[in-house]
Design a protein around this ligand. Structure first.
Ligand SMILES: [Zn+2]
Ligand SMILES: [Zn+2]
Length: 239
């Protein structure tokens, strides 16, 4: 459903030239909510479809399912809730609006085509090489996957908009702990994946090791293929 919607999403309302985008990297996030090419009919469709799929797999309770339904019928509250969700990733942002609180996983999936389309359009003009931080320069989200390139660089992938940017190989992107003795890193048995866990903030990040791979990283597929790594990390007390 996301792919179907994404094929018809228009470009974000932002100047797509390299120099302008570079200048915006000094006052992130680059992408503002009002610039997102949201088509509200498609968004409501994705919210309902995601909520329905999650409910039938026991990933959403009936109360939250009804909240999504109510929100989709309210043309005034819906944009307010979504803006709050989008802007809540930014450091120092106000607490997420009560209409969006608890519905983050549903909103994330429904917003993905609009966010990914925007990030792709920006990355086509700017490789984000000037960005050295642990959070996403475009939407302020956290990375939720990474890829290790054949040159042994580590590229982080935003969990919201899928933007990619290079980051230090071992430093924790969440708390910037750079003490190698306080980072636990191990590979999956087949060597295709790697996990970095931070002993300071206790968070972890999974990576696809493209040095050993015959195909590019596919974050959604690889995220599922690495569930055993999540289990191993959670068992060791990381989150
Ligand atoms: Zn992002
Ligand atoms: Zn950390």
């Amino acid at each position: 459903m996301q792919r179907r919607v994404q094929s018809r999403v228009s470009l974000p309302a932002i100047r797509l030239d390299t120099d302008y985008l570079n200048s915006q990297l000094t006052s992130p996030p680059v992408l503002q909510f009002d610039q997102l090419p949201i088509e509200w009919g498609d968004l409501r469709f994705l919210l309902r479809a995601t909520a329905s799929a999650m409910r039938s797999h026991d990933a959403l309770d009936d109360g939250d399912f009804r909240r999504v339904e109510t929100l989709c019928r309210d043309a005034e509250r819906l944009p307010v809730a979504l803006r709050s969700w989008y802007e809540s990733a930014k450091a120092g942002a106000p607490e997420i609006h009560p209409d969006a609180a608890g519905l983050e996983p549903v909103i994330l999936q429904a917003m993905r085509p609009f966010l990914t389309r925007s990030a792709d359009a920006i990355m086509a003009k700017n490789d984000l090489a000037a960005w050295t931080h642990g959070t996403c320069p475009l939407c302020a989200g956290d990375p939720d996957f990474a890829v290790i390139t054949p040159a042994a660089d580590r590229i982080l992938i935003c969990g919201r908009c899928s933007a990619r940017w290079r980051f230090h190989q071992l430093t924790c992107p969440f708390c910037l702990n750079a003490d190698r003795g306080r980072i636990t890193s191990f590979a999956s048995r087949d060597g295709l994946y790697r996990l970095y866990a931070c002993d300071e903030c206790e968070r972890y990040l999974k990576a696809y090791d493209a040095r050993r791979a015959s195909r590019p990283v596919m974050p959604i597929v690889d995220g599922v293929a690495t569930l055993p790594l999540d289990a191993a990390a959670i068992q060791k007390g990381y989150k």
